[in-house]
Design a protein around this ligand. Structure first.
Ligand code: NAP
Length: 474
């Protein structure tokens, strides 16, 4: 079978590349497409096109921007199955989870279409100051211009939507560099925007190694903001190179959940297993650390192991698969090495690697300094530990370089509020797992989990410049 050679998307046109790389399915290892590598000239062309198009984007009315995004949302709905299939092929997301991601993508663009119509400023009480008498002041929000969006492999439709949706809702233009493993989803996204009538040059899509293209984007003076989702290591490098450009960094985590007191321990164990193993643990808010009150520990662990045994492992195209190949064989080998650090009697379920697949794994009695606990696993492994009292639980959760989201199960309203106040994260989810997210809520982390917030309305704040107008009322 002849493989399709794909193209770059620059200035509203599909441009043939000069050099290509083979895109392989993480599950089968087969080459599924040939993807063009952008060279320096392509990057400059894309940035110039985005700059030129920003004049046109600024002139679109709120309603025109909203209608484009509305059409994008509808077109994703029409192509849902095709998009889900693409995901399962390019990043081994099990087909059911892949459909879930596309459902969210449809909603994310819909939220962007709605928010595009709500951009407002405020009037300023100028005469509250001695010298402000007779002045009228107001603010308005203006687009920044060109935004560089750099995205990870794990939610390549919806996390791209979290950048393109708010960027276009606010009248900006974008040069997108998706993860090298997930170019096909970006190509489909560009096709959909093209059909939806986005002005030429407002979206440009480039492929190539992060280190090469990323640097060219991050350091280019025409880029006014970098919106990045990915690992801490790359996020820190970007921050250092970005200078005075605005940056939003959505980074990793080793999310924790406290099980303090619950009515139905089996239901909580089931939900925690969903959070730990969905998409092979490759979400930034996967449940990685579970802390259980000592009185519930034995019952919880037993129920959790039973749930873990039920998790289906294998082909991402099968309807009931939950855990499949990790994105790259080297990631599976990394986890295998981490597990070698753990005393084998504490690996109470799973622990084996087969090719790029890691068995759903449960570890107990974990020392907080071990990689499986203190670093981001991004794999289907989870530790279950017991604690004596509330203070200890909070301390254990906060003992992390990360702070994205945390979950707390409790029947006590006091403890629920205490958790929201005391846990050092961007979001605390009471009576659910940290993996809960809907796309309009503010989302982002503290500590090494990043800076800035996504969730359409909140990203839009970051993607605008606040402009002040002052009238001297003569
Ligand atoms: P990654 O390795 O950091 O890559 C992310 C993106 O950065 C890719 O497009 C990558 O390109 C690019 N990149 C690599 N080196 C670069 C450089 N020097 N300059 C500019 N760009 C560069 O992350 P990943 O493995 O794709 O994704 C997993 C990570 O994302 C995890 O840490 C996860 O927690 C995090 N994440 C966070 C959130 C959140 O909202 N907080 C959501 C999802 C994922 P290449 O693919 O070509 O290397």
């Amino acid at each position: 079978m002849k493989l399709k050679d794909y193209s770059l998307f620059i200035n509203g046109e599909w441009k043939r590349g000069e050099q290509f790389y083979d895109l392989k399915s993480p599950y089968s290892g087969e080459v599924i497409a040939r993807i063009p590598l952008a060279n320096k000239k392509d990057v400059i062309h894309a940035l110039d096109s985005a700059k030129k198009a920003s004049r046109q984007m600024r002139k679109l009315s709120a309603l025109e921007r909203s209608k484009i995004l509305e059409r994008v949302s509808e077109k994703f709905e029409e192509r849902l199955e095709e998009c889900a299939y693409t995901l399962a092929m390019e990043n081994a997301k099990p087909i059911n989870a892949a459909r879930g991601e596309i459902q969210r993508t449809i909603e994310t663009y819909k939220f962007a279409a709605e928010e595009a119509k709500k951009i407002t400023g405020e009037t300023i009480p100028m005469d509250a100051a001695q010298s402000g008498k007779g002045r009228f002041g107001f603010t308005k929000k203006e687009p920044l211009g060109v935004i560089a969006a750099i995205t990870p492999f794990n939610f390549p439709f919806n996390l791209v939507a979290h950048k393109l949706g708010p960027a276009f809702a606010t009248g900006n233009t974008v040069v997108l560099k998706p993860a090298s493993q997930t170019p096909l989803s970006a190509i489909m996204t560009a096709e959909i925007f093209e059909e939806a009538g986005l002005p030429k040059g407002a979206l440009n899509v480039l492929f190539g190694k992060g280190g090469d293209i990323g640097d060219l984007l991050v350091t280019n003076p025409n880029v006014k903001m970098i919106t990045f989702t990915g690992s801490v290591e790359v996020g820190l490098q970007i921050k250092e190179k970005a200078g005075l450009k605005k940056t939003t960094l959505e980074l990793g985590s080793n999310s924790a959940v406290i099980v303090n007191d619950v009515n139905n321990i089996e239901a909580v164990a089931r939900r925690c297993a969903e959070g730990a193993f969905a998409y092979s643990g490759q979400t930034c808010i996967s449940v990685q650390r579970i802390y259980v009150h000592h009185t519930l520990y034995d019952d919880f662990l037993e129920a959790f192991i039973q749930e873990t045994k039920r998790v289906k492992v294998g082909d991402p195209m099968k309807e009931d698969t939950v855990v499949s190949s990790l994105i790259h064989p080297k990631e599976a080998k990394r986890i295998e090495n981490w597990l070698q650090e753990v005393d084998s009697k504490n690996i109470v379920q799973g622990g084996e690697r087969e090719g790029s697949i890691i068995e759903p794994t449960v570890i107990t009695n974990v020392n907080p300094d071990m990689a499986v606990s203190c670093q981001e696993a991004f794999a289907p492994i989870v530790s279950v530990n017991k604690y004596k009292d509330w203070e200890e639980a909070i301390k254990l959760v906060n003992d992390s370089q990360y702070g994205l989201q945390a979950g707390v199960y409790t029947n006590s309203i006091d403890k629920a509020f205490a958790a929201v106040h005391e846990i050092e994260v961007g979001g605390v989810i009471v009576n659910d797992i940290p993996s809960f997210r809907v796309d309009q809520m503010p989302y982002g982390g503290v500590k090494n989990s990043g800076t800035g917030r996504e969730g359409i309305k909140y990203s839009m704040e970051e993607m605008c410049e606040l402009k002040l107008g002052v009238f001297n009322l003569l």
